[in-house]
Design a protein around this ligand. Structure first.
Ligand SMILES: [Zn+2]
Length: 231
C-alpha cells in the first residue's frame, strides 16, 4: 500500500546516485529507504548501481574476492600437481620402454653340432641393426619343463645408442657342456626365448653332426656363457 509521504519511483531513481554516495540528507535517505522496502523494481535499480565500477567496495565484496582468489590459487595448485604427476608418469613409462623393457633378438641358429667331449656347440646370428647393439641382457638355465633356455634381449636405449650404420650380422658362439646336455629332460630342448618368441636350437632328439676341425678350433676360444665371434 502506498504511504502518504512515499516518493514516486522516478524521484527515487533520480536521487539514488546521490544517496549511494551518501550525499542526500538523512530525511531524504530515510524516505528512499522507506520506498525501497516496498518497491522491488527500484531496489533492482539500486542494486545495479552498486555493481558499477568505482563504487565503494564493501566488506562483503572483499570477502568474496578473497574467497575467489583462494579458490583460484587452490585450482592452480591442483593443476600444477596434476601436471607434475602426469609428467612423472610419462617419464616412468619412457624409462620403462627405453631402458627396462627388453626386446628379443631376431636370431638364427647355425653350426649346431656335437663336440668330441659330448658338449653342444652352436652359433646364434643376429640380423639387421641388432648387429650394432653393444649392450644386452642375458640369462640361461633350465625351465620348469626341463628345457634349457637362453634369454637374450636388448633395450631400446641400447639399440638407439648403437652404431646404426653397422651392417652385417653378429655371431654369438656357445658351448653347452656335456653335463648340461645330459641333464636335459627326455624330450627337453635347447632354445632361445624372449617375450613370447622361441627359437629351438636343438630339439633334443635329432642326431647332431660331429663338429668339423674348424668348428672344434673355434669352440676352443668360446668362454662361458658365450663369445662374440670376429666377423
Ligand atoms: Zn519505486
Amino acid at each position: 500500500m502506498k504511504q502518504p509521504n512515499d516518493l514516486p519511483c522516478c524521484a527515487v531513481r533520480d536521487l539514488l546516485p546521490n544517496d549511494l554516495e551518501q550525499l542526500t540528507s538523512p530525511e531524504t535517505h530515510g524516505l528512499i529507504e522507506e520506498h525501497l522496502k516496498t518497491c522491488a523494481s527500484c531496489r533492482a535499480v539500486r542494486d545495479r548501481m552498486r555493481e558499477v565500477p568505482g563504487a565503494e567496495p564493501r566488506p562483503a565484496d572483499d570477502a568474496a574476492a578473497a574467497g575467489f582468489l583462494k579458490r583460484t590459487r587452490r585450482r592452480a595448485r591442483q593443476k600444477a600437481l596434476l601436471a607434475a604427476l602426469f609428467t612423472l608418469a610419462l617419464c616412468a613409462i619412457a624409462f620403462f620402454a627405453l631402458v627396462v623393457q627388453q626386446h628379443p633378438f631376431a636370431f638364427t641358429a647355425e653350426n649346431v653340432c656335437r663336440l668330441p667331449d659330448g658338449s653342444l656347440y652352436f652359433e646364434l646370428c643376429t640380423s639387421g641393426r641388432e648387429s650394432g647393439v653393444a649392450g644386452l641382457s642375458y640369462s640361461d638355465g633350465f625351465d620348469a619343463d626341463g628345457d634349457y633356455e637362453i634369454r637374450m634381449g636388448y633395450s631400446l636405449y641400447a639399440l638407439l645408442s648403437s652404431d646404426a650404420d653397422e651392417s652385417g650380422t653378429k655371431r654369438y658362439a656357445f658351448v653347452l657342456p656335456a653335463e648340461i646336455v645330459s641333464e636335459l629332460a627326455p624330450d627337453g630342448r635347447v632354445c632361445c626365448r624372449r617375450a613370447g618368441r622361441e627359437l629351438v636350437i636343438w630339439d633334443g632328439v635329432s642326431p647332431l653332426p660331429e663338429a668339423s676341425i674348424d668348428v672344434q678350433q673355434r669352440a676352443q676360444t668360446v668362454l662361458s656363457p658365450f663369445t662374440v665371434l670376429p666377423s
